[in-house]
Design a protein around this ligand. Structure first.
Ligand SMILES: NC(=O)C1=CN([C@@H]2O[C@H](COP(=O)(O)OP(=O)(O)OC[C@H]3O[C@@H](n4cnc5c(N)ncnc54)[C@H](O)[C@@H]3O)[C@@H](O)[C@H]2O)C=CC1
Ligand SMILES: CC(=O)C(=O)O
Ligand SMILES: [Mg+2]
Length: 571
């Protein structure tokens, strides 16, 4: 891979053990003969110098000898603690195979066992009882660092596995580097530990987080705000990425800080964007428009509402339909069935935007609690698009899917819940129940299905990782003061334009994850161009220079040449 990084020379003040134990600079057997002499490593390493390629081969063989995905996950996480270049170079060489190991689905298991698998911590931990020393703790980990990205989580709604106390941000940061090209030293994962309501963790004597009930209300807001203000004070041009916050906080926090700092909620905006791209690709296949669709969204929480808003925004901006009219295309369901007026206080903030009038449902069949369930909504509405983000495994039953397939030639079915075992319907079944007509996309990777004509149908992976690293990089690189909806739409359109299904309806709705670095690069370019166009960028680049600037700024996992210099870098 040709890049500036390949030819860099770094002047380092570290020697001996201190360079070998620093994952940012360690090369292991990759240190050259002259580097070994300069850095006091001749007697500390076996004789043979390996190329990065050879190191990757050895690491891959070691990885392959581990049979269970979770064992591969822990192996890779140790490797990240030892040698960043090797870790990222190895995964880049086997992207499609290894992303499911370091991300969904295996990372869900790693997070749920975090306290038991614990070896070494990564990133910054800000814990509620240490609130008074937060600034000191923050500065201790960040002082002198050129940070551009903070990925934070309070771990209340990790993927679909719920409250995990501590978790996810390191995986999301790693994907920023792998797929977006962000220098791993420029991002920091931050755990905001405000306790947990997960009884298993509270009762686990090995739990490493703060074993108290979650702090909520004003105390919670003050704690989070203190952190956000530190980011704003010390890193005013950084991007603050929120991940897997609980449904009562995710949108609220995004709204609170939007416009004040460049903030991004991945579950709301990233998921909304990738889902809109998938649906744009599907309407390309069905030769219809976004505004022709009837959308049923099952699970109206953080992701479900984010998707509904983003799809609506797409209808408004792409098809030019007024927002009130666009809203009418959406039918949301949550724990209490269809979101309709009479739900009253059961409705959570945000759902009221999409509430259906009761009168529309006066003749609908209800369950014993008076709720209109999914099957009935599908019967009445005959949706063209069915999206799941409910964490309820198997919710798209055979009856539901067959009913949908009765009325629509190419039903678009997107069961997005992660990890894989929580998927609303296995793509293989949805494919079978619609005789191969369904246009499918899932949140986690699934094997291809077989069509009745014997052809393979590859399942597009509708995961925010296909777009958030590019959205984030495009915003950061241009020092955008805020992440605007129009920047997100620009990135989404660029992603949708790369959909394989646009060229052949038998191909997947979204690009393959093995192309995710290229896809995210294109997204970053689109976002950066838009930020410059809107006048909110902190750089004054010409549009025609954006591609080269981004390429040049991307970190690639190759070894730099090192020169010993007592005045050089030491961290
Ligand atoms: N593919 C992707 O890129 C993404 C997928 N997700 C997945 O979506 C799922 C939901 O995530 P969030 O929205 O963050 O969680 P959330 O907790 O905010 O939302 C889940 C919603 O589903 C509802 N729900 C639960 N059981 C239900 C049932 N039986 N019937 C109907 N609704 C039910 C809940 O009341 C809640 O409103 C998770 O599995 C997550 O991994 C989330 C973000 C991105
Ligand atoms: C992919 C993701 O962000 C989630 O499942 O929460
Ligand atoms: Mg998430």
């Amino acid at each position: 891979m040709a890049s500036k990084a390949a030819n860099r020379t770094l002047r380092l003040a570290l020697r001996g053990e201190s360079i070998l134990t620093n994952p940012r600079y360690n090369k292991g057997t990759g240190f050259t003969v002259s580097e070994r002499k300069a850095f006091g490593l001749v007697g500390r390493l076996p004789y043979r110098v390996n190329t990065l390629e050879q190191q990757c081969q050895r690491a891959y063989d070691q990885l392959a000898s581990r049979d269970m995905p979770i064992r591969k996950n822990t192996f890779l996480s140790s490797m990240k603690d030892q040698n960043w270049v090797l870790y990222y170079a190895l995964i880049r060489r086997h992207l499609k195979e290894l992303i499911p190991i370091i991300y969904t689905p295996t990372q869900a298991e790693a997070i749920s066992q975090y306290s038991h698998l614990f070896r070494r911590s990564e990133g910054l931990f800000l814990t509620y009882p240490n609130e008074d020393s937060m600034e000191e703790d923050f500065l201790e980990q960040t002082r002198g660092r050129d940070l551009q990205l903070f990925v934070c989580s309070d771990a209340e709604a990790i993927l679909g596995i719920g409250d995990q106390g501590v978790g996810i941000t390191t995986a999301k940061s790693a994907l920023y580097t792998l797929l977006g090209g962000i220098h791993p030293a420029r991002s920091l994962s931050v755990t905001l530990d405000v306790g947990t309501d997960n009884k298993d963790l509270l009762n686990d004597p090995l739990y490493v987080g703060w074993a108290r009930k979650r702090v909520r209300g004003e105390d919670y807001d003050r704690f989070i705000d203190k952190f956000v203000q530190l980011v704003r004070k010390y890193y005013p041009n950084s991007l603050l990425h929120f991940e897997d916050f609980g449904v009562s906080n995710a949108k609220r926090l995004l709204d609170r800080y939007h416009g004040k700092h460049a903030v991004f909620n991945d579950d709301i905006q990233g998921t909304g964007a990738v889902s809109l791209a998938a649906v744009m690709s599907a309407v390309g296949v069905t030769k219809s428009r976004l505004c022709d669709q009837r959308f049923v969204i099952y699970g109206a929480g953080t992701a479900g509402l984010g998707i509904a808003r983003q799809l609506r925004h797409g209808i408004v901006t792409i098809d030019g339909i007024p927002v009130d009219q666009a809203t009418k295309a959406f039918y949301l369901l949550d724990r209490y069935g269809l979101v309709k007026e009479s739900l009253g206080h059961k409705m959570r903030p945000g759902q009221e935007e999409f509430v259906r009038p009761d009168a529309e449902w006066s003749n609908a069949a209800t369950n014993e609690k008076g709720e209109v369930e999914l099957l009935e909504v599908v019967k009445q509405i005959k949706p063209t698009v069915l999206i799941g983000c409910s964490t309820r495994s198997g919710a798209f039953t055979e009856e539901v899917v067959r009913e949908m397939g009765k009325h629509v030639k190419r039903p678009v079915i997107m069961p997005l819940s992660n990890p894989s075992n929580l998927v609303e319907v296995e793509p293989k079944k949805a494919n079978e129940w619609t005789e191969g007509r369904a246009l499918l996309a899932t949140g986690s990777p699934f094997p291809p299905c077989h069509q009745p004509n014997g052809k393979e149908y590859i399942i597009g992976e509708c995961n925010n990782a296909l777009i958030y690293p590019g959205l984030g990089f495009g915003s950061m690189i241009t020092k955008a003061r805020t992440m605007t909806d129009t920047m997100i739409i620009a990135g989404t359109r660029r992603l949708a334009a790369m959909a394989p299904a646009l060229h052949d309806p038998d191909l997947p709705l979204l690009p393959d994850f093995s192309d995710a670095p290229m896809v995210n690069y294109e997204v970053a370019v689109a976002v950066a161009e838009q930020a410059i166009k809107e006048g909110i960028a902190g750089v004054d680049w010409k549009k025609e220079d954006v591609r080269a600037r981004i390429k040049e700024a991307q970190w690639v996992p190759t070894y730099a040449d090192y020169v010993y210099d007592p005045e050089g870098l030491s961290a």
